[in-house]
Write a protein that binds this ligand. Structure first.
Ligand SMILES: CCCCCCC/C=C/C(=O)SCCNC(=O)CCNC(=O)[C@H](O)C(C)(C)COP(=O)(O)OP(=O)(O)OC[C@H]1O[C@@H](n2cnc3c(N)ncnc32)[C@H](O)[C@@H]1OP(=O)(O)O
Ligand SMILES: Cc1cc2nc3c(=O)[nH]c(=O)nc-3n(C[C@H](O)[C@H](O)[C@H](O)COP(=O)(O)OP(=O)(O)OC[C@H]3O[C@@H](n4cnc5c(N)ncnc54)[C@H](O)[C@@H]3O)c2cc1C
Length: 652
């Protein structure tokens, strides 16, 4: 083991295993996770060369091979608990996307959430057994955000009791669905339903795309891969053109909305129920966000204690780069953010579970709050995680730019999370819409509960900020959110008072509306982090997590100091005090950085990074990695004889 990283692990101020157990949700969960990871890491069928050495086709082939092996093993091991399956899948793909993500993550949940009993009977088992492999085909070339603008049509023909599906224009072509290009043989297609001459809006239809024996596209189905992307190239994101494709009436998912045999349309209790699976995935994205940032922080922090660079004192050894305050300022707040996002991920998962149970019981009253919260936190966490991965990459200097670091791959695979499942700006504006409605309720004398209580009148007037107190810092984030949400609603009102239409006023305030939503989400994250600490039994874990919560809050204030000063929450002198305490915390947490990343318990296989190796032996591993790179298969590349040699001989 590299002596520097060995020293970093001597005498942590807390019990690393206890924090690992806490992050996992208990010692038994840690044991189970490690057991499942070992099954993968000891399975020779899952051994592979570095993915960055493969072509797009090679990567897809590699991914499909792992999918097939994973499904076989899940059956053979008798894994039925969704948590086990999720942990096993994460171990197989090391957190990378895979061609079956949409089948497992959206197609199956659509069946479970939107299919009738008969439809479940017909489709679910074959889909669970992967005879049917599905995707979620909603986005079109011309529309991803504006769902009511989708152009694909499903015309009901009562004579044959079938729907006829078409993508009538080039912009109607389904574009992006994961697994659509080469993997899926079915899709849930979102289309505008027409029956009895009336458009009844978006509904979900199960469409078979390919022959179950030959996998060839069926008549009227033109399908393929959309080509290489910025990343995410293990997945065959595809396109789908539909030309008069006929499906039985019973292929429309009819748990909520219905089309009767004569074409009569029965409206659903809420037209947003059809959007339910997107909310599920947004909540899942929030719960996954922390894992991405945990990997990036582990790589960058481990590398930062083995990398020595420059000379502070002539003749003295070069310092570890984590000793530089700037390196600590880049990485330690991100480490604190990783822990903060772990807890907010748990929070959103619980919220989704509770409200879904209410919806199943026919109570739709909290759908809006779940949508607003999951949409806002999905945007808030993914924006910060993706930017954080890039900060970690840059903090590793030149080797951070090498695929050997694992950071470019982590960035390009996580970057689309800011776009898919609801483009982040649009999601923040959905949260803003909810917050503005809450302000309206308060104006009508209604008292609010939960995370928006700060909008109630005379929400307690707080003493001046005490930057040493986490509770006081949470209060500061609360006051910032209250001021920003109230301020933007006043801005909207003044636009209306000047005669602007609702649409114009709204558009003129979009930037402020997004900022207000971000401040609301930031408050919810800080508040949740602080509340979670109260439940931590182990005193050492509670102490270190409190320091991380303190750092997260202080850093948030310094990063958004303008908001806090505009809101009157703190003044220049108090801001200086906050920065001073932050710097002190950076220095004290520096010694705990490696143990705090070890607590994530991410194996070298999962991490897929030469720079983030647990043993810190980076340089020999980097040299060995480069020696096996494809371009080094021959000492003289074939292009030399083809092009350079003739050029050199040509005596120009
Ligand atoms: C770890 C997982 C790996 C995943 C791999 C990647 C998989 C990626 C898959 C995809 O990308 S699937 C496609 C995702 N696409 C989207 O998310 C589309 C985003 N757009 C929308 O959701 C909607 O268009 C919109 C922006 C919400 C607007 O919808 P609409 O125009 O119908 O509504 P409005 O007129 O704006 O009214 C809003 C109204 O409706 C309520 N509402 C909107 N959505 C929901 C919802 N999902 N659930 C509940 N309620 C919803 C909203 O609160 C407003 O209510 P009121 O204010 O009117 O009360
Ligand atoms: C890797 C990846 C995987 C995907 N997988 C799937 C999948 O499996 N199934 C599927 O159906 N789709 C999938 N998608 C598509 C994805 O859901 C859409 O790309 C996403 O919903 C954004 O829509 P868009 O691409 O039309 O962007 P647009 O909405 O065109 O966004 C472009 C810009 O316009 C702005 N904008 C748009 N509307 C508004 C507004 N009302 N107010 C303010 N600004 C606005 C946005 O903020 C953004 O800056 C995937 C996309 C990617 C990148």
């Amino acid at each position: 083991m590299n002596p520097d990283i060995k020293k970093e692990r001597e005498g942590p101020a807390f019990d690393v295993e206890a924090v690992t157990n806490l992050l996992d949700g208990g010692r038994d969960v840690t044991e189970r996770r490690r057991q499942l990871e070992a099954l993968v890491e000891n399975d020779p069928e899952f051994l592979s060369q570095p993915l960055s050495f493969l072509s797009q086709s090679g990567r897809y082939d590699h991914a499909i091979k792992r999918c097939a092996r994973m499904i076989q093993q899940i059956k053979k091991l008798g894994l039925t608990d969704p948590k086990d399956i999720s942990l096993y899948k994460r171990a197989v793909f090391c957190g990378r996307p895979c061609p079956l993500d949409l089948h497992l993550g959206m197609f199956l949940p659509m069946l479970l959430n939107q299919a009738t009993e008969d439809q479940l009977e017909h489709f679910f088992l074959p889909a669970w057994q992967c005879q049917i492999i599905g995707t979620y085909a909603q986005t079109e070339m011309g529309h991803g955000t504006f769902l009511r603008g989708l152009e694909t049509t499903a015309l009901y023909d009562p004579r044959t009791q079938e729907f006829v599906l078409n993508t009538p224009t080039v912009t109607a072509i389904k574009w992006w669905p994961g697994g659509l290009g080469k993997t899926a043989n079915h899709a849930v297609v979102l289309a505008q339903l027409y029956t009895k001459g009336t458009c009844q809006g978006l509904n979900a239809f199960i469409v078979q795309l390919r022959d179950l024996e030959t996998h060839a596209p069926l008549p009227g189905i033109i399908v393929g891969d959309i080509g290489p992307k910025f990343g995410f190239n293990d997945v065959d994101n595809g396109f789908l053109k539909l030309e008069n494709v006929r499906i039985p009436r019973t292929n429309m998912l009819m748990k909520f909305a219905k089309v009767e045999e004569d074409g009569t349309y029965i409206r659903p209790p809420s037209d947003k129920l059809a959007y339910g699976t997107m909310v599920f995935i947004r909540a899942l994205i929030v719960s996954e966000a922390s894992y991405v940032l945990a990997k990036a922080c582990t790589i960058a922090i481990r590398y930062s204690v083995v990398r020595r660079q420059s000379q502070q004192t002539p003749g003295a050894p070069e310092p570890q780069i984590l000793d530089y305050q700037t390196q600590q300022h880049k990485l330690l707040p991100l480490l604190a953010t990783t822990y903060a996002f772990h807890f907010i991920g748990n929070y959103v998962s619980k919220m989704y579970q509770n409200i879904s149970e209410s919806v199943d019981a026919g109570n739709y009253s909290q759908l809006n709050e779940l949508h607003a919260t999951s949409a806002g936190l999905k945007a808030f966490t993914t924006w910060i995680v993706v930017a954080g991965v890039e900060t970690c990459r840059m903090a590793c200097g030149g080797h951070g730019f090498s695929c050997a670091s694992g950071l470019p791959e982590l960035y390009t695979n996580s970057a689309p999370s800011c776009t898919y499942e609801g483009e982040n700006t649009v999601m923040m504006l959905q949260t803003a819409r909810y917050l503005m409605k809450c302000v309206g309720l308060v104006r009508n004398g209604i008292l609010l509960e939960g995370n928006v209580m700060y909008l109630n009148p005379a929400f307690d007037n707080r003493p001046r900020l005490d930057p040493q107190s986490v509770a006081s810092l949470v209060g500061a984030f609360c006051d910032r959110a209250s001021w920003m949400v109230t301020h933007v609603s006043q801005g909207l009102q003044s636009q209306l008072n000047c005669g602007k239409s609702q649409k114009e006023a709204w558009n003129n305030m979009l930037v402020e509306l997004v900022r207000a939503s971000e401040s609301h989400c930031h408050y919810v994250v800080v508040k949740t982090f602080a509340e979670e600490l109260e439940g931590v039994q182990d005193s050492g874990s509670r102490a270190i997590l409190s320091s991380l919560c303190h750092l997260y809050a202080l850093h948030g204030i310094t990063q958004h100091s303008g908001d806090f000063m505009q809101a009157g929450v703190l003044n220049g002198e108090e801001l200086e005090q906050v920065s001073k305490i932050l710097r002190t915390l950076l220095s004290s947490l520096r010694r705990q950085a490696v143990p705090l990343t070890d607590a994530f318990d991410i194996s070298d296989v999962q991490l897929s990074s030469v720079l983030g190796r647990h043993d810190g032996n980076v340089y020999n591993a980097l040299y060995a990695w480069a020696r096996t790179a494809p371009l080094n298969k021959s000492q003289v590349h074939e292009s030399y004889d083809k092009y350079m040699k003739p050029l050199q001989k040509s005596k120009l």
